[in-house]
Ligand binder design. Sequence first.
Ligand code: PMP
Length: 368
Amino acid sequence: MTEPTTLADLPLREDLRDEHPYGAPQLDVPVVLNVNENPYPVAPQIVADIAAAVAQAAAGLNRYPDREFLDLRADLAAFLRTESGADLAPEQVWAANGSNEVMLHVLQAFGGPGRTALSFAPTYSMYPEYARDTLTTWVTGHRETDFTIDLDHAREQIRLHRPSVVLLTSPNNPTGTALPLATVEAVLEAAGNAVVVVDEAYGEFRRTGTPSALELLPRYGNLAVSRTMSKAFSLAGARVGYLAASTAFVDALRIVRLPYHLSAVTQATARAALKHSATLLSTVDELRTRRDETVVWLRGNGFEVAESDANFVLFGRFEDRHAVWQGLLDRGVLIRETGPAGWLRVTVGTADEMQQFRTALQEVVGQQ
Ligand code: PMP
């Protein structure tokens, strides 16, 4: 072909014709509080250990990596034992390039044409994309005005749609809402043999007394709990997400994964980081405290704020949220325009970043 090729010339799937690549703006501004990253970089000593582990892996890069990566799965199981007291064999743990890919494996294995995945909106905006890409029908029930899930409504949605996959997000993105275990159990009881995934990407930030769904794993072979190293571990750039479930559940994911999907470099990075999990997670308490302070400050300044167990806060409500988002950006502070109409989401950053956010917000709202 000599003519320049456009998308219209290519046999793109019809259902993808009007779609755009997903992603928040990646802008070079002083204060980046838009994608729920940890604001603290990995400490130099840990960087050095990761670099040494990667150098060792690099010496063997002529070979494919360990396809089953049981050493990494054992390290992740050991971490979950320390963090939540979960008693898991390495075969009960799965990992991939971010929990995004873990969730895609779930939909590839348990969704598909003629099948339905159910969640409760507002929730994480990538879920419908995993469903689209696996040709799974996507349906959502609703959350209450405080963003919790009503049990009768959840049961009714399951009865109505007969999903093969139910996605529960706790703490939920973008609202920050954690679910009581009673909700997860009610969904599991109603779900029959459908799989239920509790996405705990922000689990480490939960408030004291909020339990993890990992507790329920010994009783439900169709339950999975997904986690990530992107947030609490400060390792978003490494792309490591993981999931804990029954061995049978994990075996289903092993069928759909691409061979060698987790590179030797990624495995080495994750294992080196996990040796330092206590140090890496030492930022979590500080971020939780600053999250709670941010909630108090926003409420004190007359904003409506959703309860948060995560490292971000949903606040509002604004007649024109885009104008507020833009006003903050004009002052060098990037937050996220997401969630129900009128709300905005801010990630918890360093003390200095949050001060800049507060100052900018007061200026922007004062001008309106
Ligand atoms: N689940 C939720 C609820 C999230 O908010 C995110 C990241 N924004 C992810 C999963 C994916 O995280 P990652 O792929 O970096 O592990």
